[in-house]
Structure formats: C-alpha cells, structure tokens
Design a protein around this ligand. Structure first.
Ligand SMILES: [Fe+2]
Length: 484
C-alpha cells in the first residue's frame, strides 16, 4: 500500500512527508483520501500528517449533488446538477452537539480549533509556502512566514501598527508600517492571519512585508443548476414589539398568496429575532405589545400559519429569541417548535444548510456590532461591507470579550470552513444585497419600525423588504412591502 501511494503522488509531483505516508497507509479509507488530496486544487505544497488527518475527516456524508467535503477549498464550479426539490439538508449546526461546560480548558479548545482550521486554509496560500512556527521563525533571522492569532493590536504615536501575534507555543510582535499596502490594515482581536516578514536582529520583532488573510477563493459563481425554486429571506420579525409592522407583514403574506412571482417561492429562511423577547435591552418593557415570550411565539405561529403551506420555512434564533445568548446558539426548544407545523425546520445560529444543490450559510449577525465598533469606517448601516470582512477572515465572530458572547465549545462553529454560495445575515434591520468573489450576500431587513433604543443610537431600520434568490440561476432581487 505504501509503495502504491508513493507512486501515485510521485507521478503527480506531489511531496509527502514521512508522517503523512504512515498516516495514509494506516487509514481505512486511504484511497478515498488520496483522491481527495489529488482533486483539491489548493492542496498544500508538501502534504503533512496533519493534512492527511484533515482530508480523512472531511469525507463527504453522501457523495451527491454537492461540492465534495473532501475538497471544500475552493468550491469547484459545478456542472449542471440535479436539484432535489423540497430537501433542506443541514450541513453544520450546533444543535444537539453542544459540549461546553464553561471552564477555562474549553475556551482553550475553542481557540485551538479556530487556529488549526484557519491555519489549514492559510497553508494553501502560495505566499505562505514554507511557513513555520513562530518559535522556529525566531531562530531563522531572515525572511519568515508564519500563522498566528491576533492577541492585541495597537497604533504607535508615529501611526505604525504593532500586532501581538501568537501560535500554539510562542508569541511575537509584528510591526506594520504606516501606509503599508492595501489589506495590511483593520486588524481585530482574535482573527487568524498569515505574516510574511523579516526578523529584527534581536529576534523580538517581525517587520511585516505582507499580511495574508484566510480569504475565500476568487471566482465563486452559481452556475445554473436546473432548480426552479426561489428562496425568500425574512429576518428580525420581532413579534411582540409595539413597533412590529402588522400592515407590512399582511401585505407580504397577501403577496405570497396571490402574486405569480410568489408561486416560485419554495423556501423562506428566517435568520433570527423571530420575536422581540423580554429583558433584552434596558427599557424594552415599555415597547412591548405582548409581555410574555411564549405568547409572542404563539402570535408568530398564528402569522406564519397564513403563509402558503407549500413553502418550507427555516427558523433560526437571534439575540432576542428564547435560547442561550452565547453563540453558537442551538435551535429553539420544543416548547416553541411544537407551536409550528412540520414544514418548519428549526436550526441553530449559525447554520450551514444545502437546498437544491446550493450551500447557504445563515448567521443572525450579532457580531456586526463588534465589527462596526472595531474597524474604522464600518457601520451597521452597511451590513454587506461587514459581511465581506467576515468572509475575508473566514470567521463570523472573531472577537472574544466584546458584545458577542461566545460559548466555549470544543469546536469553533463560527469559522467559515466551507465556501457558501449564499451568505445571509439579519440583526441590523437593513436590507442589503451584494456579492463578494461570487458569493451572494444578503442582509434580510426587519419587520419592526425604529425603537426608542435604536433612535438613541442613530440606527435607522429599513424594514419590510424581502430579498429573494433564484436557486437555479443565482439571480437576486428585493420585493418591497414597506408601503401600500
Ligand atoms: Fe433584530
């Protein structure tokens, strides 16, 4: 087996280190793993034991109309694939898999998982070929390449940036000169980066020549796949708030029942804040029309019952819903889900799902507050710009200790480890559509007018808009129900 594997890789001009050969020879699915490595256009230059373990654990669940999980990076353009109408396949979701007990060790595991996953993505980048640990880089005294997690970022009085970067065993300061090239800016705590630079004589500082973000590959696109289905995105409904907009909602439901375009809508995805909840922000009790959270869900269930029954619905929690606040959030509990019929699928936040051959990443979007607060010129009013920053960093909520509470799970569910076709968020109550490197981005508006809390913070909502996407063609548009 060892010789056979060596020959295959030799013929393809791919190098394996000895640990990788041993790991592959001992694996049950060795040949499947070999295929996975060969078919990945961005495999590392030298395949290591860790890479083999990665490819072994990423075998596809069902090898069918989906980009193979063995080579999630980048998504290869799909030929025309057969759509499977009606099926919502959950690819990744914390629901039922939460392991956290909240101690220090669990947080270490969470950050280690983030680091290792993003390091694998960065290891495929040509700029980081030959990368090493910080500890080894220190001893080299010339051009160095390494991956680390940002522990701290500060600006010197001369306008340069100093990053404190760490990996599994060591940490080092990285200097980024003022006016350095584009992309070498807007650093946020706990993001994972690749650094290319040169070491100072004392081995204590790296002067950065380049900063490599994990990024999504170029040229993603939704090649036509034969699906006839439309997905509508309906977020932040906030039933129970005195600012909930029943007239706009009724216009939308009437449109769903009558309009010819609406006949093509087969799915509605709801990325969180289904109800207003209780005790979410100071003074909220003065802005509630329904003061019991379960009664809010009952009212919401009544509203959803008027949505045509042929439409399948995916419901995700947000920071106003009745699940734990810390992300990843599990799906709503049985007490709530039992109020809805079986055409509703309840998922956690975030969630990767596949519908009719398209991979959709849905995330409520709480961390947009942290991105806006930590990156100059970012604003919750322009969510597509923030979504792009999430994709560049391959992480939905990197910052620990700011407004987004993170749960100490053993695995980091907020890493963007697969490249989606469609990325949808809510939370900021704006309607935005955009595209980044071929990935369709949607922020799914709201069904609540401006609250006093938002007024005080200059947050201007853009409610009662419904972004939609044709799963077959990738066409995207917005229907406006804000006025009659
Ligand atoms: Fe909301």
């Amino acid at each position: 087996m060892k010789k056979r594997i060596l020959k295959i890789f030799e013929d393809k001009g791919i190098l394996l280190d000895p640990g990788a050969i041993d790991e592959l020879s001992a694996a049950k699915d060795a040949m499947k793993c070999v295929d996975a490595i060969l078919s990945d256009p961005e495999r590392p230059l030298v395949v290591t034991k860790a890479d083999v373990q990665y490819y072994l654990t990423c075998q596809p669940v069902k090898p069918k109309a989906t980009p193979p999980k063995t080579a999630p990076e980048p998504r290869v353009a799909l030929p025309s694939i057969e759509a499977e109408p009606g099926e919502i396949r959950i690819l990744k979701d914390i629901t039922g898999d939460s392991t956290c007990v909240g101690n220090v060790i669990d947080f270490a595991k969470l950050f280690n998982d983030r680091f290792q996953t993003l390091k694998k993505i960065l290891a495929r980048r040509r700029e980081l070929a030959g990368m090493m640990s910080i500890d080894r880089a220190r001893k080299i005294q010339k051009d160095v390449r390494f991956v680390g997690i940002v522990n701290d970022s500060r600006t010197t009085k001369n306008g340069h940036t100093i990053l404190d970067i760490e990996d599994e065993d060591d940490r080092i300061q990285v200097l980024i000169m003022k006016g350095a090239k584009k992309g070498m800016d807007a650093f946020i705590k706990d993001e994972v980066l690749g650094i290319v630079g040169s070491l100072s004589k004392d081995g204590e500082l790296v002067i950065a020549k380049d900063v490599i973000r994990p990024e999504v590959p170029l040229n993603n696109s939704m090649a036509p796949n034969g699906s006839n289905a439309i997905v509508a995105f309906v977020s932040d409904i906030h039933v129970g708030s005195s600012e909930f907009l029943p007239d706009a909602w009724n216009r939308f439901v009437a449109w769903l029942n009558k309009n010819p375009v609406a006949k093509g809508i087969a799915y509605i995805i709801m990325p969180g804040d289904l109800v207003d909840g209780i005790g979410i922000y100071p003074g909220q009790e003065d802005e509630l029309s329904i003061e019991d959270v379960y009664e809010q869900y009952q009212e919401f269930a009544r509203l959803v019952a008027a949505v045509p029954h042929r439409i399948k619905i995916v419901m995700m929690p947000g920071n106003h819903d009745a699940v734990r606040l810390a992300e990843p959030q599990p799906a709503l509990p049985k007490e709530v889900s039992s109020m809805f019929d079986s055409r509703v699928t309840f998922v956690g936040n975030p969630c990767y799902m596949e519908i009719e051959g398209r991979t959709i990443l849905a995330y409520h979007g709480r961390s947009m507050d942290d991105f806006a607060g930590n990156i100059p010129n970012m604003s919750q009013m322009r969510p597509a710009e923030i979504m792009k920053e999430m994709l560049r960093r391959r992480h939905l909520a990197p910052i620990y200790g700011d407004r987004t509470a993170l749960a100490p799970e053993q695995r980091d569910y907020l890493v963007i480890d697969r490249v989606p076709d469609i990325f949808v968020t809510g939370h900021v109550h704006r309607c935005a559509i955009g595209e980044y490197r071929g990935i369709k981005m949607i922020n799914a508006s709201a069904w609540q007018g401006q609250t006093e809390y938002q007024r005080m913070r200059n947050q201007v909502p853009e409610p009662a808009r419904v972004p939609m996407i044709d799963l077959g063609t990738g066409d995207i548009w917005v229907e406006d129900f804000s006025s009659s």
